[in-house]
Design a protein around this ligand. Structure first.
Ligand SMILES: [Zn+2]
Length: 237
């Protein structure tokens, strides 16, 4: 069967992380049946995942990188089948300038788009959250439970997505980008970087598939009333 390269697949919602539904509800093996490229986190918000060419890497809160096995579980992840189109190069841009360059290359703020940026970066700052144990505190408390890592100069790959603001809550709005060094010794959720010189590739999607954890009692019984969007904004800033 031909692989569907027009769909972005997501397990779980960003909103379910807000009250602390961090238990993994899908195995990495199942996730990889929907794509070979993507980002996510493991059960307990254990680190940051970057998925490239069907291999799943975790950057944990000690900054270590390891390959994740198929039986580990995710509460929230995005994957798709890679069919990136080259979109030129970016050089000498700080993070704000890089995001502006990406938006210009996307040509629209209204599509789901995968982003791959491969090259050399400076002043890279990433984070990874410490594995949480139940009972879980909500997402707003996690900023105090993350570790940050920096590299002056590093070659590697940025993988992630742009999602339209209007779908916030279901998805992480705007750019959500993770980094993995070429040496597989540094990475995480990107907080800041400067692009020294990198090749940009984009993949625009016509379809978005949202897969919900229908077997999770915690999810089925959670009350998502209240200001979830406001809480997401607080947690992201
Ligand atoms: Zn992330």
């Amino acid at each position: 069967m031909a692989k569907d390269t027009h769909s972005l697949y997501q397990h779980g919602t960003l909103a379910l992380l807000v009250p602390g539904l961090y238990d993994g509800t899908q195995t990495v093996g199942e996730l990889l049946q929907h794509g070979d490229t993507g980002i996510g986190t493991l059960s307990g918000l254990d680190g940051e995942l970057i998925i490239d060419q069907g291999r799943v890497y975790q950057v944990n809160s000690a900054g270590a990188v390891r390959q994740v096995s198929a039986d580990e579980k995710v509460p929230f992840a995005n994957v798709h089948y890679a069919d990136f189109q080259a979109a030129g190069s970016i050089s000498g841009t700080d993070y704000a300038e890089t995001q502006a360059a990406l938006l210009q290359a996307l040509g629209s703020r209204n599509l789901f788009v995968a982003i791959r940026l491969q090259g050399t970066f400076t002043a890279v700052r990433t984070r990874a959250i410490t594995k949480q144990q139940p009972p879980y505190a909500g997402l707003a408390a996690m900023a105090a439970r993350q570790h940050e890592f920096t590299r002056d100069t590093v070659s590697g790959t940025v993988i992630g997505y742009y999602s339209p603001q209007v779908y916030a809550g279901a998805v992480s709005p705007g750019f959500h980008l993770h980094f993995l060094s070429a040496e597989h010794d540094f990475g995480g959720h990107i907080l800041d970087l400067t692009v020294q010189n990198a090749q940009l590739a984009l993949q625009k999607f016509t379809d978005f598939q949202l897969h919900l954890p229908t077997e999770s009692t915690a999810f089925l019984t959670q009350d998502f009333g209240g200001d979830i969007l406001g809480d997401i904004q607080k947690a992201e800033n």
